[in-house]
Design a protein. Structure first.
Length: 362
């Protein structure tokens, strides 16, 4: 495969290198262009000028269309010649003007190919069948775009004939080309590898962010559930507290004080069915002391129990013995020196957990 290059300057400053790949199947056209790049054919038959593109300007530039050069003799678009002397015929129109960066022969009509050529800046299908496409830009399209953007006058003439110039040109050595290709391949491979690495990091970061979002959402649900449970517990405690206070108030309203003449102590009697009794039973089952019962409820007794035995309940008072002591067979009046003395003194007698208890009276 034949490759040639241009080293281009813009306004006297190096702009970079453009490398062209010449298409097969067009031997006369490609050999003409290659030889004009190397300058190996000496002087032209009609122009008497070196058959060489070196120092030749791009005399016509139309942004978004094409960039034309190749007039090595007059440098204004009216000169130049082919290596065969004068002009040569159109070789083939097999290749199309299908994209930017294509090399095509400039002419003045059918079979008038000389040394002038142009580089397409975009697809130009209206030129198919009129101009011979024979190669394309292999590298340096960025240089072509910079050349395309120079200031022009009268629509297509660069502001100065020296604005864009082919400073040097020639054929690309195969070994140099291979080396260049290898370097390009390495660069492309490294770039692909870097992009792949970046994408992998992005995927990991995205996955981590998604996982973190899911965790935060789950934690928020758990916290909400915990708050709801705490709220339910608070509501339940308040409900029990309100219920207990109401029962205690109702219980206190439903009992009357009865003096104990033997000791001068004060005991209370309750109705057979008393809501407050349930609360006392709870205290007894937990195993509280007499002092605790005295402080919490204000009852001057350790406790009294009612064991239902038929129609008449039996009332017992616990006075620190292993078994209850029967006080009376009716809960209406509790007159017992022993039980009254224990209650008034408030000795800390711990109540067993299982103590015949059905309902606690006071």
């Amino acid at each position: 495969m034949v490759r040639v290059y241009f080293d281009v300057s813009i306004s006297g400053s190096p702009a970079g290198r453009i490398t062209f790949r010449l298409y097969p199947g067009l031997p006369k056209t490609t050999e003409n262009f290659r030889s004009l790049c190397t300058g190996e054919r000496g002087l032209g038959r009609t122009t008497g000028q070196p058959l060489h593109y070196k120092k030749t300007p791009f005399h016509r530039i139309i942004k978004g269309f094409m960039l034309q050069s190749g007039d090595f003799s007059k440098r204004n678009g009216t000169g130049g010649e082919c290596i065969y002397g004068g002009k040569f015929a159109d070789e083939s129109f097999r290749y199309r003007h299908s994209k930017a960066g294509l090399l095509s022969m400039a002419n003045a009509g059918k079979d008038t190919n000389g040394s002038q050529f142009f580089i397409t800046a975009k697809a130009t299908p209206h030129l198919d069948g009129k101009h011979v496409v024979f190669g394309e830009v292999e590298s340096g399209m960025d240089v072509v775009r910079r050349m395309e953007s120079v200031e022009t006058v009268a629509g297509d003439k660069p502001a100065s004939m020296q604005t864009v110039v082919i400073e040097d040109c020639g054929e690309v050595d195969d070994s140099e080309s291979d080396s260049s290709d290898d370097e390009e391949k390495k660069k492309r491979k490294a770039l692909r590898k870097e992009k792949k690495k970046v994408k992998k990091i992005e995927r990991k970061e995205k996955k981590r962010a998604k996982k973190e979002k899911k965790r935060v959402k789950k934690e928020a649900k758990r916290e909400k559930r915990r708050r709801d449970e705490d709220s339910d517990e608070d509501k339940e405690r308040k409900r029990h507290r309100r219920g207990g206070e109401a029962r205690r108030d109702r219980g206190r309203e439903s009992v009357r004080d009865t003096p104990v003449t033997a000791t001068g102590g004060l005991m209370r009697e309750g109705a057979r069915v008393n809501e407050l009794a349930t609360e006392y039973r709870h205290h007894v089952e937990e195993g509280v002391t007499a002092n605790h019962l005295l402080r919490e409820v204000g009852v001057p007794l350790v406790e009294l129990h009612v064991i239902h035995t038929g129609e008449a309940p039996r009332v017992s008072a616990h006075v620190g013995r292993s078994t209850p002591q029967t006080v009376a067979h009716s809960p209406q009046y509790i007159i017992s020196d022993a039980s009254a003395q224990v209650g008034i003194s408030g000795r800390p007698v711990r109540v067993p957990r299982n103590l015949y208890t059905t309902v606690v009276y006071y």
